[in-house]
Design a protein. Structure first.
Length: 120
């Protein structure tokens, strides 16, 4: 039988989803403590309405976008933004991506751009 000290050092085995949830919760607490406009943001989606075309052959380029942000308890908003993306995963018009949408600052969004690489 393990002693209490040894049991405390035994690594906790969880899933990657458990770790991602823990990181999301920690980030939300930091946002609240620092007065970040994304504190308490609503989970929702953005739909790509327009996207600029890649220019040249550089792998990473700026893409200018117009997005429709929607969430359960926030008003729908049209947001214009720019993001640097890998041209292999360029945003397509009509694509829907997960996002967090500020409840207190309309038009402030945090898009999960990594979803583009997964076929978003």
């Amino acid at each position: 039988m393990l002693s209490t000290a040894a049991a405390w050092h035994t690594p906790r085995r969880g899933t990657l989803d458990d770790m991602e949830d823990w990181v999301d919760d920690a980030a939300e607490q930091l946002e609240k403590l620092t007065g970040d406009p994304m504190a308490g943001a609503s989970r929702g989606t953005v739909t790509v309405l327009t996207a600029s075309e890649p220019d040249g052959r550089a792998r990473y380029q700026e893409c200018r976008l117009r997005l429709r942000a929607t969430g359960d308890d926030v008003a729908e908003a049209i947001v214009e933004t720019a993001v640097v993306v890998d041209r292999r995963h360029w945003p397509r018009v009509g694509a829907t991506l997960p996002a967090r949408i500020s409840r207190t600052h309309p038009g402030t969004i945090d898009v999960n751009w990594d979803a583009l690489a997964r076929g978003g």
